[in-house]
Ligand binder design. Structure first.
Ligand code: AMP
Ligand code: GLY
Length: 434
């Protein structure tokens, strides 16, 4: 193929920086644009990437940009525009788009929808009940044992899940959700059986009928070392997760991913884009916790460092079909990323604090890449923090220890008095390797 495509990536997090970094390496990539949402920024985009904020909630504005810049592929990073139907609008305007339809995005946008798909497709997952009013939910708790999991149905920025250790905690979570603590997201709730086990993420690309397995990863959701403190968007990740063995991968495809895809297609809702399965390896086998309709952040960063193949044909394959005839090659070595966040995150934190990344932070190692998330440039062009999760120090190495050591060595060279990171990213995986 001699054609090149002008490509627009929507989003401004570390996930999107990693996608931009990978796409920029493709011989198929013409002009590359990255559009943060209005008010968003990413101070790390290289000079060859045009950064131009766009209103992601305004499909006409995005379509107009695509038409005036002859965009041949749009890559939608975050879930909110997908759930709002941006991919449908772009597709209707004949703009090839990587990202699922509004109806398909209900797999992330509505927990009750996902559970219903799981029922229809006989997918192993936690037993559940769905409620549209508080009284019935309270009555149900009286018939259940604790711990029990209470979930707001809709998108709640990762905060809509309460693991209630006691019935009292369950009742108060129900009252909070129906009382409006999560706005419209809590107008309906799902109550689930608590699953014991280890969590892992698994990513596949889909073109509506065919699913290509990508890779596994594990995230570190709590803010503090030893998995303590508040939940966050993710403080670090590595890939692959060795608990997801090749046999388990086949089982995930056969029992979870493929039945989901088949059920969605049969309903006239073909799934196109990346499907991210949150999984629990329980004593009774692998079970689905939830689906997301986007790449994980920071899981995407480690996936991009491990992906050997050109990503652009794969993204186009999802958008316009033909994925079945493609292959994705991977570097066998693991990758690890640690998130540098602003002190105070995930609660209040300062913005505008200066960050200095020395030229030699990566130690000249091309397998060490610093992705930016919440950064910006000040008037003088100097780097400042502009968000909670700010930098993703990412490294690939011959084993997880080498990758970890390289990431931490780079992080230690970064001068940011107002930042912090966890000291134990990858510790569990390292323990398994011993
Ligand atoms: P979700 O937003 O559904 O991914 O839930 C957020 C987190 O809550 C998951 O990553 C799990 O750690 C936990 N969780 C959700 N559902 C369950 C469950 N049924 N049993 C145990 N933990 C759960
Ligand atoms: N890192 C977890 C997520 O992206 O949902």
């Amino acid at each position: 193929m001699s054609t090149t495509y002008n490509i627009l990536v929507l989003g401004s997090g570390g996930r999107e920086h990693a996608l931009v970094w990978k796409i920029a390496q493709s011989p198929l990539c013409g002009r590359l644009y990255c559009a943060p949402p209005l008010g968003g920024s990413n101070g790390g985009l290289a000079d060859n990437v045009v950064c131009t904020p766009l209103d992601h909630t305004n499909p006409e504005a995005v379509i107009a940009f695509c038409q005036s810049h002859k965009i041949g592929l749009v890559v939608i990073g975050p879930e909110a525009p997908l759930v709002a139907g941006l991919a449908d609008a772009l597709t209707a305007a004949a703009i090839p788009t990587f990202g699922c339809s509004k109806e398909a995005a209900r797999l992330e946008g509505s927990k009750a929808y996902t559970k219903e798909v799981c029922d229809a497709a006989s997918i192993p997952t936690a037993a559940y009940a769905h409620f549209t009013n508080a009284n019935a939910a309270h009555d149900y708790i009286a018939t259940q044992t604790c711990p029990i999991v209470i979930k707001a149905d809709g998108l709640a920025a990762g905060k809509g899940v309460v693991i209630a250790e006691t019935a009292t905690a369950a009742h108060s979570a129900i009252d909070d959700m129906f009382g409006g603590a999560f706005g419209a997201a809590g107008a309906e709730i799902v109550i689930e059986e608590f699953m014991e086990g280890e969590e892992a993420s698994f990513f596949v690309l889909c073109d509506g009928t065919y699913a290509m397995p990508l890779a596994s990863a594990q995230d570190h959701k709590r803010v503090g070392d030893g998995d303590t403190g508040a939940n966050t968007g993710g403080m670090g990740a590595y890939s692959p997760a060795t608990i997801i063995t090749p046999t388990l991968t086949q089982e995930i495809m056969a029992r979870i991913i493929n039945p989901t895809l088949k059920t969605m297609a049969a309903r006239g809702v073909p799934y196109r884009g990346v499907l991210y399965a949150g999984l629990m390896l329980t004593p009774d086998g692998i079970k689905l916790i939830e689906y997301n309709c986007r790449f994980g952040d920071p899981e995407c960063q480690v996936l991009m460092l491990r992906m050997k193949s050109d990503i652009v044909p794969l993204l186009l394959g999802c958008a316009i079909g033909g994925l079945q005839d493609m292959v994705c090659e991977w570097h066998g070595e693991p990758a690890l990323t640690l998130v540098m966040a602003a002190k105070g995150y995930p609660a209040d934190y300062k913005k505008g604090t200066p960050i200095h990344i020395p030229q030699d932070a990566s130690g000249g190692d091309e397998n060490v890449v610093i992705f930016h998330a919440g950064t910006a440039r000040d008037a003088a062009g100097d780097l400042i923090a502009n968000g909670g999760r700010v930098l993703n120090i990412t490294a690939r190495g011959e084993d997880i220890r080498v990758a970890r050591d390289a990431a931490y060595a780079a992080a230690k060279k970064i001068n940011w008095a107002d930042g912090f990171y966890r000291n134990d990213i990858g510790a569990k995986e390292l323990g398994r390797r011993r």
